[in-house]
Design a protein around this ligand. Structure first.
Ligand code: GUN
Ligand code: ZN
Length: 645
């Protein structure tokens, strides 16, 4: 089994998951196949929806004499006639629905191995939401015990060890930590079906986040029993990689159609609001009239079309860097989901999610509503304004929100203000305070807001603004009369460009970066076409380049030397194992398995210094993973190297 990150956004990732029966791209949906009654066969699914992986139930196969014999003789792939990866479940869900099941935890793992399942599942103990904490803890401990037995018996089958712990975050996190220690291959989050059935999405978010906090991040995470596309974007953004759907068939048998915003009864539809091949073929009224069995098949197909389409939209959003936009838009179409996003406003959760958030994105940040200002990337910017940015002068003139970049929009006014003397310029923006020097940096310039937002966004931005300007003298720009009120100062204005590169480098690399980078004679080369900064030289050495796309720096080797000298180990560094040193010296990228340690402040897409274990600087590159990931992934690239010594 292999699981490798290819792209990412939010805490989501696009990965390649490989088993003996091939490779699938995650996030992905595994339709549930009941070997006794297939509404649609796996082969048909592959043809119609591009289904890459399915899940079936080993407990059901084991219980039926004929199925059992065929599966043992010919393998589960022959049994359900599918040659791609197959996951099997264990009977846990049946024991939750029907009470005790007559199968032993060891026996069912061996059986899954013997029918050559690609991913087998332990017989975990289903933790229900209404359990006492004590009862939930017992179930969780028994689950861990069974997982430990399971890994010994799994052979070359990948083993899924389910996280339980009911709705108690400490139990979930603990269970995830304990399970991570025994190195399973796959982590389902279990016991969540009743939460989803009752639209208890806030509880669901707590279950996912607490599980993720305890988990080894290098393994696939599966939200067990989640088959409704409504929750796919949010669950993916929180780090879930797999879903399984029996909902498509269950709802179809009930004449219910799945949509991304919820479920509609066929009887309530006067039109089919969908353009999948099934809905194009029928009108609502003729669908109502066709034979019950055929109708269920048609609706099941529609349900899968809609579900797989949502998965594709999610993968697109990850690649484009606008997954949070999709999550928020979906939440705006369902009040329960909208409520659940409030969990993401809790500081502890923001801190957790921020670690996975890439430094910048391909697409501008789009406002969708009151949740936008609570995104992890905004949380990071606010934190860094306080921990990394220092204003240059005593007094500050504040301009209201305007067109971006603000330095263009307000250029005339700024010129007149600066004639009065040295003064800070700050924008009171929808995202909070934006010092003028940072106005081209992601996401300050790369964000789109309506002219007026909402009360919560305003309150949050104002709160940050007030904290940021506390104990400082601020003058609000009210046109020419502000100029008249300002006193002349005889301080000499520093070079505006120098202020800009100083502020950006401190925000990007950490406090003190500017001081160490810009000690000598600074020369800034600008683009002839756009007038924007391109390359920064210090004493004739090229130390930084500024990216036009996100207003941040690309580090050059001479700049890296300066940061290496002044930032103490392990700041900004990725530290290599000995074996990898010759490869990196040769210009090769850094594979995760060769990372010995790394700065915990580095984020995906951050620039970093690549060093050996004696802190000799070898190369510079761009991180693709954060520290947690670099230390746990055993496959894939951790740092893309760009220049070496
Ligand atoms: N299917 C739905 N929920 C669960 C669960 O918690 N455990 C297992 N094994 N299967 C499930
Ligand atoms: Zn349709």
């Amino acid at each position: 089994m292999k699981f490798e990150i290819k792209d990412r956004d939010a805490a989501a990732r696009i990965c390649r998951f490989t088993t003996k029966h091939g490779t699938v791209t995650t996030p992905n949906l595994m339709p549930v196949i009941n070997p006794n009654k297939m509404l649609i066969t796996p082969k048909e699914m592959k043809k119609l929806f591009g289904t890459e992986m399915v899940i079936t139930n080993a407990f059901i196969i084991n219980k039926d004499k004929k199925l059992r014999k065929k599966a043992l003789d010919e393998g589960v792939h022959k049994l359900i006639d599918f040659d791609g990866p197959i996951m099997t479940d264990s009977g846990t869900f049946q024991s939750y629905i029907y009470g005790d099941v007559d199968v032993e935890p060891i026996e069912i793992v061996e059986f899954q191995r013997d029918i050559r399942s690609d991913v087998g599942t332990i017989l975990d103990v289903f933790g229900t939401p209404n359990q006492t904490k004590k009862k939930a803890e017992q179930g969780m401990k028994e689950t861990i015990k069974r997982a430990k037995q399971g890994v010994k018996l799994k052979g070359d089958m990948a083993l899924a060890c389910t996280i339980q712990g009911s709705i108690y975050p400490e139990l979930r996190e603990n269970c995830a930590k304990e399970l991570s220690k025994i190195f399973p291959d796959f982590f389902p989050i279990g016991g969540v079906v009743p939460l989803m059935e009752n639209q208890r999405y806030s509880d669901l978010v707590r279950c996912i986040l607490s599980s993720k906090k305890g988990l080894d991040p290098s393994k696939p995470v599966h939200l067990f029993g989640a088959g409704h596309p409504l929750i796919f974007p949010l669950a993916v953004a929180l780090g879930c990689d797999f879903f399984d759907s029996s909902a498509y068939a269950k709802y179809a048998n009930d004449d219910r159609l799945i949509f991304y915003w919820g479920t509609e009864k066929l009887e309530d539809l006067t039109e089919l609001p969908c353009s999948c091949p099934i809905c194009l073929k029928h009108t609502a009224s003729d669908l109502k009239k066709i034979d019950k069995k055929e109708r269920a098949r048609e609706i099941a197909k529609h349900n899968l079309f809609v579900s797989f389409t949502e998965i594709k939209k999610i993968r697109n959003a990850i690649a484009n860097g606008n997954l949070w936009e999709l999550v928020e838009r979906r939440a705006n179409s369902n009040p329960y989901l909208f409520e659940a996003l409030k969990e993401l406003r809790i500081k502890d959760n923001k801190d957790f999610l921020e670690q996975f958030e890439p430094t910048s994105k391909n697409k501008a940040l789009f406002y969708t509503g009151s949740q936008t200002i609570h995104r992890p990337i905004v949380h990071r910017c606010h934190n860094r304004l306080f921990s990394r940015y220092t204003s240059f002068f005593r007094d500050t003139v504040v301009f209201p929100e305007g067109k971006k970049p603000y330095s263009n929009y307000y250029s005339e006014q700024i010129k007149r203000v600066l004639k009065k003397g040295d003064i800070n310029i700050l924008i009171d923006s929808h995202l909070g305070p934006v010092p003028l020097e940072l106005d081209e940096m992601y996401p300050f310039a790369q964000s789109v807001f309506p002219d007026t937002t909402d009360n919560e966004t305003e309150e949050k931005a104002t709160k940050i603004f007030n904290n940021f300007t506390k104990n400082k003298k601020i003058i609000c720009w009210k046109g020419d009369k502000t100029l008249e009120e300002m006193s002349e100062s005889d301080e000499k204005r520093l070079n505006v460009d120098l202020l800009r590169i100083s502020a950006v480098s401190d925000m990007q690399f950490g406090k003190g970066a500017a001081e160490s980078l810009f000690k000598g004679e600074i020369r800034i080369v600008k683009s002839k076409k756009t007038g924007k900064m391109r390359n920064i030289y210090c004493d004739g050495k090229h130390i930084l380049s500024m990216r036009a796309s996100d207003g941040m720096f690309t580090l050059k080797m001479d700049g890296a030397r300066l940061l290496h000298k002044s930032f103490k180990f392990p700041s900004l560094r990725v530290i290599l194992e000995k074996d990898a040193v010759p490869f990196v010296k040769d210009g090769k990228s850094v594979f995760a398995k060769f990372v010995k340690d790394c700065d915990s402040e580095l984020r995906p897409l951050d620039e970093c210094l690549i060093v050996d274990d004696k802190d000799n600087l070898l190369a510079i590159g761009r991180c693709l993973l954060n520290r947690l990931e670099m230390l746990s992934f055993k496959v894939g690239v951790a740092v893309k190297s760009r220049e070496h010594m």
